[in-house]
Design a protein around this ligand. Sequence first.
Ligand SMILES: [Cu+2]
Length: 500
Amino acid sequence: MSTGLIIIACTILIVIVIIQIGKVTDLAAKIRGEEAVQLESNKRSANFMLVFLVAFLGLTVWSAWHYKNWMLGYGPHEAASAHGPSLDASFNITLIFTGIVFVLTHIALFWFAYKYAGRKGVIAEFMPHDNKLEVIWTAVPAVVMCFLVINGLVAWNEVMADITEGEDHIEIEATGQQYLWHLRYPGADDKLGTRNFRLIKSGENPLGQDWTDDKNLDDIMPSEIVLPVGKKVRVRITAIDVLHSFDLPHFRVKMDAVPGMPTYFVFTPTKTTEEYRQMLKDYPEYQQPSDPKDPKSDPLWKTFEYELACAELCGKGHFSMRRLVKIVSEEEYQKWLKDQKSYYLSNVRGKDFDPRKNEVLGMEVTQRKLDFNTAVDKALSAEKPEEKIIRLDHVYYKTGSSELDNRSKYELDNLIAVMNKYPNITIEVSGHTDSDGDDAENLTLSQVRAKAVYDYLILNQISLVRIRFKGYGETKPVESNDTEEGKAKNRRTEFQILTQ
Ligand SMILES: [Cu+2]
């Protein structure tokens, strides 16, 4: 409130002062004559032009010098990509030319204003046209522009070159959305799966990946970009809603992300994050504490991270489209990659919206076989009878019936393989239920379900003297029946190795 009053008071005062000065000037003109006052004012303005010229150019040079270390391409901000230096050089060449023109034109502008200020008895020369001048100020910029454009084109062609057929590279994808980047890496198959915008559903399928395409199943969606140093990367760039721009300033990578128009950028990181930090270490501005409130916090160079930004003002949350970029060694990259989980397997698999929930996937078959054999090996070497029980987690029945679901065959085939591998093993197959419903019915259901597994094994040439089956109904719960989770665990079929 008081600040507002002061501002209003100041404004009124300034207006009064200006009006008073005007009155005084008027009065002076009346006393000394109009012309004399005009000439004096011309002279003063001319002198100011000279002062301004010197101060302005001086400040321009000073600020450029003072802030140079904060500009890309100068001081510690070297390019960290293979193509970066050629772009930086292009910018520098343009800066040299425009810088020279900038200084010369400004000197001419203010010097002329000084030199040709109105003086008593001097009349301006009338010059309607000058061919020589016209030719000079057309030809010189034209030649310079040609040089700059050609120089820029050469750099452009180098920077925008795509991957050649069969060239070794990593292909990743970045999709801009208000206000985040969806990052996608191909999984073990090295191929990104297909997308269809009609399948986009937030929370379920943010990118519209087509889950019937096997290539999608192992795709990972990490929260940061991790890349190995020295390897070519091709980034597919696109957007879901509005224009965004994929910007990796340290790598001199910048490309618009346009909905419906896929773009790309190919670059090779040449410095790991750690190497870049080591380079920043020598600069005093990076030796400041990273937390201004805590002088003991790590210096800025130590906490430095490359980053991905959105360079298109895409809305009010634009600033939050920041993602970390980490450049590491090939070994670290492979290790990181191995730790990533497929988006499909961790977020979609088995959910109601999984179009393949009734299907056993090839990779699941492989993984389950491994898990099953590990469990069998453990049971075989165990001492206590209760440690020789193995749950058949992937044996399914049709609801309320003992008919085996088609998906059960993989697990049962694993069991058959084990029975054939160890011909001395005998087992008991047992069925169990939760506590819901009638006890006697549960007992019967568990019995017929265990028998269904028994029948499957007999049908597949396993000798009947090696197997017996039994239904335990709800008598042997492994968890409390109070929760749905516990009940699901209690509804199970398992087998116990009796002799081996
Ligand atoms: Cu954006």
